[in-house]
Design a protein around this ligand. Structure first.
Ligand SMILES: CSCCC(=O)C(=O)COP(=O)(O)O
Ligand SMILES: [Mg+2]
Length: 227
């Protein structure tokens, strides 16, 4: 019996286009000024050091790091240091009302239904936990953070690695076959299934003909009580 649902964000609850044409360009535009103004902040310094380590340039200057980070944004690299900085940069955009977190219209009714059924709801995204809370806290549908019991980012491991899903199950405190993972990316679903989780793939735009996972087009088609 399913007792918890863990959902991806980009391509699952929210449009990839929102992430790639609103969030990423905003972070790209404000990155240099943000890190120059905030390099003494402990969180910013930790993220910059993580990028130094990831890029193999322990002595990289701030200008070099900015160039590296812009390259990471353009490659959509799931760099934990970049993801931490993006979350910090996006905060101002949400607070100033420059954008709200995109949600497909089928998402909120389904989350509310599942919560009423007593299911635990969780998020697992490559975006930092702070960025996840911003997206759902300043969403198109208002503040949805109270719907979720927890958030996971790549601090538990990368999304295509099976051990990440074992780590999440342990933190949630449920057996793997009591958890359903929702994602648009079949390699992420493969890793979750390998850990013993149930899986459903969201096909929001392009078809995926090589996936072996149950596919739906929106959240209204997901019936955890029937799994
Ligand atoms: C948390 S909102 C920003 C999404 C993001 O930065 C990202 O890399 C999307 O990753 P996901 O794992 O949700 O596909
Ligand atoms: Mg996704």
């Amino acid at each position: 019996m399913i007792r918890a649902i863990v959902t991806d964000i980009e391509g699952t609850t929210s449009d990839i286009q929102f992430v790639h044409t609103v969030l990423f360009p905003y972070a790209r535009q404000h990155l240099a000024a943000f890190v120059r103004e905030n390099e003494a902040d402990a969180g910013v310094a930790a993220a910059l050091n993580a990028v130094r380590e990831e890029s193999g340039s322990a002595q990289a200057s701030l200008d070099e790091l900015i160039t590296t980070l812009i390259g990471y944004i353009d490659q959509d690299r799931k760099s934990p240091g970049l993801k931490a900085l993006q979350g910090m940069i996006w905060r101002a955009g949400y607070l100033e009302g420059q954008f709200t977190g995109h949600l497909y219209p089928d998402v909120l009714p389904a989350l509310q239904r599942w919560q009423q059924q007593g299911l635990g709801l969780y998020v697992y995204s490559s975006g930092s936990i702070a960025a996840q809370k911003l997206l759902f806290g300043y969403s198109d549908e208002g503040d949805l953070t109270s719907l979720f019991s927890g958030y996971f980012d790549t601090g538990v491991g990368a999304k295509r690695e099976t051990q990440s899903y074992r780590n999440i199950a342990e933190k949630i405190g449920l057996a793997p076959d009591a958890i359903l993972f929702l994602s648009d990316i079949h390699q992420e679903l493969d890793a979750a299934a390998q850990a013993g989780w149930h899986t459903v793939q969201l096909i929001r735009d392009a078809a995926d003909n090589v996936s072996r996972h149950h596919q739906v087009n929106d959240f209204s088609q997901i019936k955890p009580e029937s799994i």
